[in-house]
Design a protein around this ligand. Structure first.
Ligand SMILES: [Zn+2]
Ligand SMILES: [Zn+2]
Length: 113
């Protein structure tokens, strides 16, 4: 998005152009900085959403967080699967010969349909 800063009546304003419809509009410099900091969305006069792209560092740290959550979830699922393969109930960790029947009767909510 093209930006130009200027001052009017002693106020710092930013002139910008919507990348979608091309309309030119002004917002206060302070508001522009807030949006840039917080990555919040605002709208051009024609209602097109505008947002500052997150910095690479922000993007990477949020991806790393997602990844470690995914790894933790996978580890938990693998542990459950390993228990199930050994005939151990993944929910209450007791051992059963007929794990299928135990799951259907005791943990019907956790059985995938
Ligand atoms: Zn627009
Ligand atoms: Zn059980």
């Amino acid at each position: 998005m093209a930006e130009a800063a200027f001052t009017v009546y002693n106020r710092s304003m930013v002139l910008m152009q919507c990348g979608q419809c091309g309309v030119e509009f002004c917002i206060p410099q302070r508001l522009n900085e807030e949006h840039r900091e917080a990555k919040t969305t605002w709208y051009c006069p024609n209602g097109h959403p505008r947002v500052y792209a997150r910095s690479l560092r922000d993007t990477i740290s949020s991806l790393q967080k997602d990844l470690s959550q995914a790894v933790a979830a996978r580890d938990e699922l693998e542990a459950k699967l390993r228990r199930a393969q050994n005939g151990v109930c993944p929910e209450c960790r007791r051992h059963f010969k007929n794990l299928n029947r135990h799951m259907q009767h005791k943990h019907p909510k956790t059985v995938l349909t």
